[in-house]
Write a protein that binds this ligand. Structure first.
Ligand code: AOS
Ligand code: ZN
Ligand code: ZN
Ligand code: ZN
Length: 406
């Protein structure tokens, strides 16, 4: 792929009225946070599989994450999970990150692994356990101060397995009052991102089962609380891009956990089964970033893009790189949408033309565009190949088996 492929592409897009310089700027500006837990051992609910070479501590997780950033230039921050990434001294972890060209990102509290949480955490009917859960999140707020993070991203495993097991409305009240204690402890620049999921580990009801429940909590808490959309957390067939559009319009979309899945919450490589869905999500975001309402534009500009993956059959670093490349590809395609053509077709109620104006952008090969962008920012044009050709994957084998796991 050389200059000629790009020249052809440039001409093709110029003919459609697409300003490629602006497109390139936007691709360069897209930053995606990777999760520390995506580098550690994981598995299914049946078994954790140990891979050779997995990081043994949070410092080594950052070193692996730095490789993803080195070859993509798109992943300068890493989400932490507490207590999986608990350390004595967060200044030290922070300087380690900085020495690798990284920053520490969203802090994810763990409200699902403590034995006390068998009947829930922030919704538990036992007040002591509820307080223990609140205190854990408050500790995470302190950690966020120490790491320089501005995001607390909260996912709850709370729910019930049987009708009548607990009072659904009482649990809702307990959740709100627990969240209010957390919200009040945050600094003004911090945001609380509330994640929802329709089932698992609870199988009858989940306390934050869908976007509406997360939205309602965020609305009651205030401006610093927003919803986090994990693409894998919906029932089959759910129109995720509509949820994205709706939350953007309400200025309540705070961030994403990107991943893909065929069935449940599999946390698989982003875009491996759902590339068109990912493209349509970006279509809604780009549409909102052109909205008349400045608040909606600002919400779109402040979205925290994060990966939530958990690899167990594939090597972790290249799997993360694959996801980043897939996100970039779908984002680049969405940037090729001719929004004025879409608008014209919508005004004329020309269904076929409108659908075509969206889909045709998806059908372009954006490889020459992404190569050009990477050349301009000084990263390898083919990040996957560059990583595989480096000896990093070999060198980490010396860590052996039995690394950090969840
Ligand atoms: C769980 O299903 C959620 O996706 C969480 O966001 C995440 O996987 C976990 O909390 C790791 O921090
Ligand atoms: Zn998630
Ligand atoms: Zn999940
Ligand atoms: Zn997920």
């Amino acid at each position: 792929m050389g200059i000629s492929a790009y020249t052809f592409f440039e001409q093709q897009q110029a003919d459609r009225g697409i300003d490629l310089e602006q497109v390139k700027q936007q691709i360069k500006a897209l930053k995606i946070e990777t999760p520390s837990w995506g580098y550690g051992d994981s598995g299914t609910r049946f078994k954790v599989f140990q891979q050779v070479g997995v990081p043994r501590n949070p410092f080594e997780k950052l070193e692996d994450a730095a490789q993803v950033h080195r070859v993509t230039g798109a992943c300068p921050s890493v989400a932490l999970h507490i207590p999986w990434d608990k350390v004595e001294n967060y200044d030290q972890l922070r300087s380690h990150a900085e020495s690798l060209g990284l920053t520490l990102g969203a802090i994810n509290p763990n409200l699902f692994q403590g034995d006390a949480y068998i009947f829930g955490s922030l919704c538990n009917s036992n007040e002591d356990i509820r307080l223990q859960a609140v205190n854990h999140v408050l500790e995470c707020v302190d950690i966020a101060r120490a790491t320089g993070s501005s995001l607390i991203s909260l996912w709850l495993a709370d729910g019930t397995n049987y009708p009548g097991q607990d009072n659904i409305r009482e649990r809702k009240h307990r959740l709100l009052s627990s969240l209010q204690k957390i919200y009040q402890a945050m600094d003004p620049h911090m945001r609380l991102l509330i994640e929802y999921k329709f089932f698992e580990p609870a199988f009858y009801h989940t306390d934050l089962g869908d976007w509406g429940m997360a939205y309602n909590m965020a609305l009651k808490l205030g401006e610093q609380a927003q919803v986090l959309v994990d693409t894998g957390h919906h029932a089959q067939g759910t129109n995720v891009e509509q949820i994205v559009a709706y939350l953007l319009d309400e200025q309540k979309l705070g961030g994403f956990h990107f991943n893909s899945r065929k069935y449940a919450d599999d946390d698989l490589i982003v875009g491996s089964t759902n590339p068109y869905e990912l493209f349509l999500i970006f279509y809604q975001i780009l549409d909102a970033s052109r909205a008349n309402d400045a608040g909606v534009r600002q919400t779109a500009a402040n979205i925290a893009y994060m990966i939530d993956q958990s690899h167990c059959i594939e090597p972790k670093i290249p799997a993360m790189i694959r996801s980043i490349l897939n996100v970039q590809t779908q984002f680049a395609k969405a940037l090729l949408i001719d929004f004025s053509a879409v608008k014209r077709a919508q005004e004329q109620q020309d269904v076929l033309a409108a659908e075509n104006a969206v889909r045709e952008a998806f059908e372009f090969d954006v490889t020459p565009l992404l190569y050009a962008v990477r050349e301009e920012i000084g990263v390898p044009v083919d990040p996957m190949r560059a990583y595989l050709q480096s000896d990093y994957g070999q060198r980490i084998l010396a860590r052996g088996k039995g690394g950090a796991s969840w």
